[in-house]
Design a protein around this ligand. Structure first.
Ligand code: SF4
Ligand code: SF4
Length: 68
């Protein structure tokens, strides 16, 4: 899942039709990118809130570690 949606998402819906593989789901309170996302970035450009970011950017700011 290379891209994630931040909580600055206001559910405007702009990104939804942009994803060619329908990896974006209408979540509550924010939209969610599922694990079929494979990096086209079409959605990133249309988001008016810059809420869609590379997952690695989020990890570096939250210090979350992934363990099995
Ligand atoms: S990065 Fe690409 S595959 Fe992932 S949600 Fe956005 S448009 Fe869809
Ligand atoms: S375009 Fe951005 S703000 Fe709008 S629904 Fe998608 S992620 Fe949320």
């Amino acid at each position: 899942m290379p891209f994630v949606i931040l909580d600055t998402c206001d559910r405007c819906g702009e990104c939804l039709p942009e994803c060619p593989i329908e990896a974006i789901e209408i979540g509550d309170p924010i939209y969610v990118i599922n694990d079929t996302c494979c990096d086209f970035e079409e959605c990133v450009a249309v988001c008016p809130n810059e809420a869609i970011v590379d997952e690695s950017e989020v990890e570096s700011s939250t210090h979350e570690s992934i363990t099995d």
